[in-house]
Design a protein around this ligand. Structure first.
Ligand SMILES: N[C@@H](CCC(=O)N[C@@H](CS)C(=O)NCC(=O)O)C(=O)O
Length: 250
């Protein structure tokens, strides 16, 4: 490979994080345009028809959706593998990835992180505290019970680190952004698993970029990340005025 791959997407997105961790574990070089999807310009709309992040660009290929992107990375760069070799486990890994992307995405991202962060800071709208409370006290515990029964006491779900571990762990980083920590008394396996996964070098290397992004107003993020040495693209497609996405769910 001559040119590094390009990723469009902000460091605080769990879907972007999932892709960046896969890239890191596989040792694939990349550049990133760390935009929030809501400020994507017309070029972004052409690259991402649902105006969502992440987007991967590899030469002439433009791919949307973190699951599709991670599968492409696996097919193009098979080692180290992030998908179990056994077909049954491979299917189970894909299901856990899908469960995280859809249910944890709905609860942690849209009902907690979006409500407490994006709505307030980007759109000057209030937080709907009832939505946040229901997500935290009723909807997330359902997922934690489900995961507690499936996560191992030690190590990774299918022995070797896989896409399932990466996907599940990614969402708990966003939960931490809104000060949610898994209760180790009630869900000991999940709490320990999250701690273990987020301590992996591939997650840990992103933490400083994530923390700074969270503390920095959107228009200044690119300059701040550049100063920190983030591997930025030369140009950005993220300078438009904030607007809601195509699939408005918030
Ligand atoms: N299924 C997609 C979901 C991506 C997604 O929802 N990304 C969020 C950022 S965390 C986004 O771009 N939201 C903007 C919107 O939906 O308008 C994936 O796996 O990539």
């Amino acid at each position: 490979m001559t040119e590094p791959l390009t990723i469009i997407g902000n460091y605080i997105s769990p879907y972007v994080r999932k892709v960046l961790v896969c890239l890191d574990v596989k040792g694939i070089p990349y550049r990133i345009d760390p935009i929030a999807p809501f400020v994507g310009d017309d070029a972004f709309s052409r690259l991402s028809p649902l105006r969502r992040i992440p987007v991967l660009i590899d030469g002439d290929l433009v791919l949307n959706d973190s699951t599709v992107i991670c599968e492409y990375l696996q097919d193009r760069f098979p080692t180290p593998s992030l998908y179990p070799a056994d077909p049954v486990q491979r299917a189970q890994a894909r299901w856990l990835e899908e469960y995280a992307d859809s249910y944890l995405g709905d609860v942690v991202i849209w009902r907690m992180f979006f409500q407490k962060g994006v709505r307030r800071f980007l759109f000057n709208e209030g937080t709907d505290e009832d939505v946040v409370r229901k997500a935290r006290d009723e909807e997330l515990p359902v997922a934690l019970d489900y995961l507690e029964a499936r996560l191992p006491e030690e190590g990774w779900i299918f022995g070797e680190l896989s896409i399932a571990d990466i996907s599940v762990a990614s969402f708990f980083r966003n939960a931490a952004f809104v000060k949610y920590q898994v209760d180790p008394q009630r869900w000991p396996r999940v709490a320990a698993f999250v701690g273990r996964a987020l301590a992996l070098p591939a997650f840990a290397r992103l933490a400083a970029f994530e923390d700074r992004t969270l503390r920095t107003p959107l228009p200044e993020q690119r300059a701040v990340l550049s100063e920190m040495g983030a591997p930025l693209t030369a140009t950005t497609c993220g300078n438009a005025a904030p607007r809601y996405g195509v699939m408005r769910l918030g």
